[in-house]
Structures are given as C-alpha cells and as structure tokens.
Design a protein around this ligand. Structure first.
Ligand code: SAH
Length: 224
C-alpha cells in the first residue's frame, strides 16, 4: 500500500519535472540564452510558490494570482529580468517586492546573497516559510518599504524591482555599486509600462536602456 502511494507521489513529481523542463524549452525559444539562468529556472519548483488551487497551472508561462491582490510574475519575465541583471556568483543582490518569493529563489541560485524587501507582512511570512522548506539559506528578508532600499547592506551589484514605479527611486540608484545593474518596470499605467535597465558605470555615469513592455502591480509607499 505504502509503495503505491510512493509511486503515485513519484509520478506527480515526474510530471512536474517534465512540465518544468518544457517551460525551460519555451523560455529558450523565446530568446533566453544564459545557461545559468535556464538552469536556475529548471531548479525552482514554481508549484511551491503558487496557491494550491493554481498548482496545475504552475508551469504555464503566465502570471498567476497570489494572496492579497498580488501576483507571481510570468516565468519568461522572471527569466528575462534575471538575465538582464547579469548576476554572478559573488554578487550581493537586492530585490524589491518579494511577493511569493519565486524570483528571490531563482536569484539565490545565481549569487552569493539575496536581500529581499516586501511591504505586506503576511506575504513575507509565507515567502519565508517557502525559503525555509526549500533550504535557501542565502536569502535575507525584510518587512519594509522598498522605495528606501536597504542602506545598511548597500552597495549592491544587482538590484531588481518587481513592482512598477512612476520613476526610478533615487535611493536605489544611490545603493547600486559602481559597475552595477538595476532592472525595474517604470510607468503607472499598465498599458504603457516599460522595463528599464540602468547601468552605473565605474566612473559613476549612468546609462539606461529599455527592455520592452511589461505589466506589474504598482510599487506602493509604506507597509501593511
Ligand atoms: N517578485 C515576486 C512578484 C511580486 S508582485 C514574485 O516572484 O512572486 C510585487 C510585490 O511587490 C507585491 O508583493 C507587493 O506587495 C510588493 N511591493 C509593492 N510595493 C512595495 C514596496 N514599496 N516595497 C516592498 N514591496 C513592495
């Protein structure tokens, strides 16, 4: 009897692993090239970051609702933003908008440490439980307002914002290390939001490029 249960469990696990591998193929076809990023996407069990009722859609390439009116981003956007950030294994990375914790886990497989800030306490608690269950020991969390960044831990080689701001918060630019990259959706109207990549060069000059249109929930001030 118990072996039947175990087989059933393995079958479900196999199916999820197959779905995950299929998703990686889709990401590759859509232009994600970095093998480290594809590997990190393949190693991250998205089904653990979505509400139970959505588990069978965990590997659809779409955003899905999480609690409190927030969303877990579309896998292609997660992969594109991660690739654009050029994360390396010694990097200190700041994420603003922990949400489900999915993006933070992907980043944690590619760098030394992820610092992630979430303004909604209940969401952060759920994400922390997932990090613990998945043995992610290199993710440090904070309940707070990401507009302010995390000055005590600055500078960061990479900063990713996963909610849309009206403009790039100056505190985040200030907390970027020389040579660092910041990826952020900008624009409050979901129809005209753009994903921007800002590079702070070694000499302190800044260049900004546009990576395409996106749809994120708004970056809000204060905490709840
Ligand atoms: N990265 C997430 C997607 C999160 S959706 C994931 O992988 O699931 C955006 C998140 O940003 C929401 O959880 C929202 O509560 C949070 N957020 C919005 N404004 C914020 C702010 N000023 N500081 C920190 N988090 C913020």
């Amino acid at each position: 009897m118990s072996s039947t249960v175990a087989e059933g469990g393995n079958q479900a696990g196999d199916k999820l692993a197959q779905d995950r591998a299929k998703l990686v193929l889709i990401l590759r076809q859509a232009g994600v090239r970095d093998p480290r990023v594809l590997k990190a996407m393949e190693r991250t069990p998205r089904e653990m970051f979505v509400p139970e009722g959505f588990r069978r859609h965990a590997y659809d390439d779409t955003a899905l609702p999480i609690d409190l009116g927030q969303t877990i981003s579309q896998p292609l956007i997660v992969a594109m933003m991660t690739e654009a950030l050029e994360v390396h294994d010694r990097a200190k990375v700041l994420e603003v908008g922990t949400g489900s914790g999915y993006q933070a886990m992907v980043l944690s497989l590619l760098c030394r440490r992820v610092y992630t800030i979430e303004r909604i306490r209940d969401l952060l608690k759920q994400a922390e439980a997932r990090f613990k269950a998945l043995d992610r020991h290199n993710i440090t969390t904070r309940h707070g307002d990401g507009y302010k960044g995390w000055p005590e831990q600055a500078p960061f080689e990479c900063i990713m914002v996963t909610a849309a701001a009206p403009e790039i918060p100056q505190a985040l630019i200030d907390q970027l290390a020389p040579g660092g990259r910041l990826v952020i959706p900008v624009g409050m109207d979901p129809v005209s939001q753009r994903l921007l990549k800002l590079v702070k060069h070694e000499d302190g000059t800044i260049t900004t490029s546009e990576l395409g249109g996106v749809r994120f929930v708004p970056l809000l001030e204060g905490t709840q």
